[in-house]
Design a protein around this ligand. Sequence first.
Ligand SMILES: Cc1ncc(COP(=O)(O)O)c(C=O)c1O
Length: 422
Amino acid sequence: MREILADWTQDVPESEIRRLLKNKTKYYLAGGLPGNLPTKVFPQILRELAEYYDSDEQRVINEFQYGQTAGWPGLRKVLAERLVKKDKLNCISGAEDWEKVLISTGSQQAVYLALDILINPGDIVVTPSPAYLGFVTTAVKVGGHVVTAPTDNEGLIPEYVEDTIIKAEKKFGRKVKILYVVEDSDNPKGTTLPVKRREQLYDIAERHDVIVICDAAYKEMQFEDRKLSMKTLDKDNERVIYTSTSSKEAAPLRIGYTILPDYLFTEAEKSKGYLDLCTPTLTQRVAEIYYDKHIDTELPKIIQKYKEQKDAAYNGLLETFPEGDFTNPSGGFFIWYQPKGEKAYTFDVRKFNQEVLMPNEVLVVPGAAFYPPSGHSYDPEARDIEPLKVIIGGMRIGYSFVSKELIDVGVRKLGNLLKENL
Ligand SMILES: Cc1ncc(COP(=O)(O)O)c(C=O)c1O
């Protein structure tokens, strides 16, 4: 019966993170589940909404309906204003430009829409190595050809990105269409791009006429002052798709929001119309009130907790891990560790997770999860495009979900087990 299935079902595996979510361990360092949420605020908003709608049946019928595919206007206004005030975007002017904000069901849907409207089979997409698996795998699912570019502890290295574009275009005889960038606290490495690199990457995209998908999923979860996004360089709104989400600070809502160049907006809206018709109105109403009235009082408390959890993980790592490369994130949910030298490519963290970590109640996400099922890599030594090179000895250590006390014990256990097994 398998032959009746579409080809992609055979080429694309289940997301490793989704699969690992089924395993619960005491020291859970795997999926990036938000462990700190404004728990009091959501019931309060729901009560406010109940009161508001209670006496007006017609309003309920009018507003809790199929809504606009691009989203509830009230929410789009609040977000347009926030994008200008907080993120300093200058390609929109504020609430009055609300029609330029596309609401999606999670920002994963926005990622999907962007790829869906841009990729023809074989089109080249350049991503960091390693990169958010929901992006790289989706790029392959829609027919894209992923070429990974090397990263260091500050994220993508502009010089190598440019060479990746040049060499990939030469080797495969077609243009690179998309560059995927997570500027703040990337998933999985936790790296934050310095402003200079953001500017350089934007210039490279302009020079080579590449669309940038700038994924700002962790921009609200910063322990330090936020840096300006490269979207602020895109004053005419022509080159950068800028997408973000409620999921890290208000997980239950599943609201993504995106600014796209106008000619892409209409296509993305069309594509979304065929995917889900519209995002649920109730969650959009909750999000509207949350972003309008609560986020800025709630966020500092939440960020402080994540920072303490990060410190527990980082200190445990410093004191117990064998020699390797690791990051010290200034925001987000993840630290990356990989052993030194060749072991980064030979130590099998998938096996280590199953056979050693899980029996010890620890779980991480293996580095291999953050690579496409097929594709190529830029090799900085050869200065050329090579077969896909996967850092299977790397691992993502998530500090977002369990308490700092459990993180402290779990990361130290992980370090000691690594020492015994590497
Ligand atoms: C970098 C990045 N982008 C996008 C997403 C998708 O987020 P959501 O669909 O929950 O908004 C995630 C989720 O983990 C992520 O880490």
